[in-house]
Design a protein around this ligand. Structure first.
Ligand SMILES: [Zn+2]
Length: 88
């Protein structure tokens, strides 16, 4: 019995962690739902709307996966630039 508890705790400690940001701006770090990236409190069971043309709002294209990833890329360039200026 004790060994089983120990084994379960070891697995729990090794579990993948939820990366959702909490109110303090830090990652949640609760154990994520098996096979998912988020914990039970942060949408691990319901990861969002289904993808595809039947389920989207395509009025202006500002929130397509492509547009969002492009904005992320642009923001990462700005962040990188600011960080390199800080160091030098
Ligand atoms: Zn979480």
């Amino acid at each position: 019995m004790n060994q089983a508890v120990e084994t379960r705790l070891t697995h729990l400690r090794a579990a993948r962690r939820c990366g959702a940001r909490n109110r303090a701006g830090r990652p949640c770090e609760c154990p994520a739902i098996r096979g998912r990236e988020r914990c039970r409190l942060h949408g691990g069971r319901s990861p969002g709307a289904p993808e595809g043309h039947a389920n989207g709002m395509y009025r202006d294209g500002n929130f397509t996966a492509e547009a969002v990833s492009e904005r992320r890329w642009a923001k990462s360039l700005v962040v990188d630039f600011v960080e390199t200026r800080k160091d030098g």
